[in-house]
Design a protein around this ligand. Structure first.
Ligand code: HEC
Length: 101
């Protein structure tokens, strides 16, 4: 039973990692492969934010309270549609920050 639980946890972690990679593919052209570019010469460098701060910004985009313009918020929100839970947001933020190494 314990073994099965371990496998379950392992496979869901793999699934999340895969998902982050898939989602981030939509961001590369502006934020860069390592998330260290200023998108359209104006954004923050995502991978240089703290995990907490990046997660907060992502959450704000998803719940429409971002300080970005409406158009940018909407554009980002569409790309982030597969990330729904708070846990998912944290995993995704971790993934992005890990890209800079
Ligand atoms: C078409 C280019 C483009 C794409 C694609 C794009 N972004 Fe951005 N992003 C920007 C720009 C430009 C800004 C800065 C906008 C501003 O501050 O008004 C920004 C800002 C951000 C911010 C900071 C928000 C804040 O509150 O300061 C985050 C986080 C972010 N993007 C994440 C992502 C993620 C994750 C993806 C992929 C799902 C993505 N972006 C895709 C251009 C892009």
């Amino acid at each position: 039973m314990k073994k099965m639980l371990g496998l379950l946890v392992l496979s869901s972690l793999t699934l999340l990692a895969f998902e982050s990679e898939e989602v981030y593919k939509n961001c590369i052209m502006c934020h860069g492969k390592k998330a260290d570019k200023k998108a359209i010469s104006s954004s923050v460098k995502l991978a240089l934010l703290s995990q907490e701060s990046l997660a907060e910004k992502l959450k704000n985009i998803i719940d429409d309270s971002s300080s970005m313009s409406k158009i940018y918020t909407k554009m980002h929100k569409t790309k982030l549609k597969d990330i729904q839970s708070e846990n998912g947001v944290r995993k995704f933020a971790n993934y992005i920050i890990g890209l800079k190494e």
